[in-house]
Design a binder for this molecule. Structure first.
Ligand SMILES: CCCCCCCC(=O)SCCNC(=O)CCNC(=O)[C@H](O)C(C)(C)COP(=O)(O)OP(=O)(O)OC[C@H]1O[C@@H](n2cnc3c(N)ncnc32)[C@H](O)[C@@H]1OP(=O)(O)O
Length: 223
């Protein structure tokens, strides 16, 4: 029987790709992902006639068949190149090769504030015309998680607590996070999503490096 922790560890891959090769992949797959993102919005918004819908469907299936001719069998995982360039390209919030990702470009200021300005299109709708609450959670999970990484305390999300203060529109939004404190092995991070008029969703996250990773880190320090 497969063990989820072993499965997860196998998906952290050091493939030693050079920066030049990684940049070539960014330049190749980034625009493909953007095109698929446009396709997702167009699929939702189109009002063309039935023949055009059927023609578009056939073209999409042809494109999928081309891409599937040679493909990895499962998740992308997290990969590192020779220089340490990290590629979490399957990540649902900011993966370079994931058209489901809004995408987010997350930045960290020298004072540790982690933030992103981003745009949510119609495919992220929950209540009519508004952002789906689960999408807000996805974004805050990522921004708070990256903030924990920037603070030197990376971890899996143990608990994410949200307070939806006012409806979050679609369109241009801002999210940010600040490291709050350590509580033993738990990193506590706080943040929010805001529109131009102010805070829509507040969040507090508890990030914990899994026990197996803590033990591996302790063993490598001791060794
Ligand atoms: C680049 C990174 C950005 C990442 C952004 C995206 C992040 C994600 O989406 S991660 C995916 C969602 N999260 C998960 O799937 C996590 C699933 N859970 C787990 O893997 C584990 O339960 C994990 C890692 C949270 C804790 O496991 P483990 O390290 O074995 O915990 P354990 O040693 O028992 O407990 C350590 C401490 O944490 C506390 N704790 C354990 N679980 C939780 C929890 N879920 N919430 C809060 N505290 C917890 C314990 O009480 C203990 O506290 P104390 O030291 O004060 O006694």
């Amino acid at each position: 029987m497969s063990d989820p922790i072993t499965d997860q560890r196998l998906l952290y891959i050091h493939d030693q790709l050079s920066d030049e090769d990684i940049q070539r992949e960014v330049d190749l797959y980034g625009p493909l992902t953007d095109s698929v993102r446009q396709l997702i919005a167009a699929t939702l918004q189109t009002e063309v006639g039935e023949p055009d819908v059927r023609r578009a469907k056939a073209l999409v299936e042809e494109a999928a068949a081309i891409l599937q001719e040679r493909a990895i069998p499962g998740p992308y995982g997290v990969r590192w190149g020779a220089s340490g360039w990290k590629r979490g390209w399957g990540n649902a919030a900011d993966g370079v090769r994931n058209a489901v990702a809004p995408p987010l470009t997350i930045q960290t200021d020298p004072d540790g504030r982690t933030w992103t300005d981003f745009h949510l299109g119609p495919q992220y709708e929950g209540p009519a015309g508004l952002t789906h609450g689960g999408v807000s959670a996805l974004i805050l999970d990522q921004v708070l998680g990256d903030c924990a990484v920037a603070a030197g305390s990376p971890g899996m999300t143990g608990t994410l607590t949200l307070r939806y203060r006012k409806p979050t529109p679609l369109g241009d939004l801002h999210a940010e996070a600040r490291f709050d404190r350590m509580d033993g092995v738990k990193a506590i991070v706080k943040g929010h999503i805001a529109d131009a008029a102010g805070i829509c969703v507040e969040a507090e996250g508890i990030f914990i490096l899994p026990r197996w990773a803590r033990e591996a880190a302790a063993a490598s320090t001791a060794g």
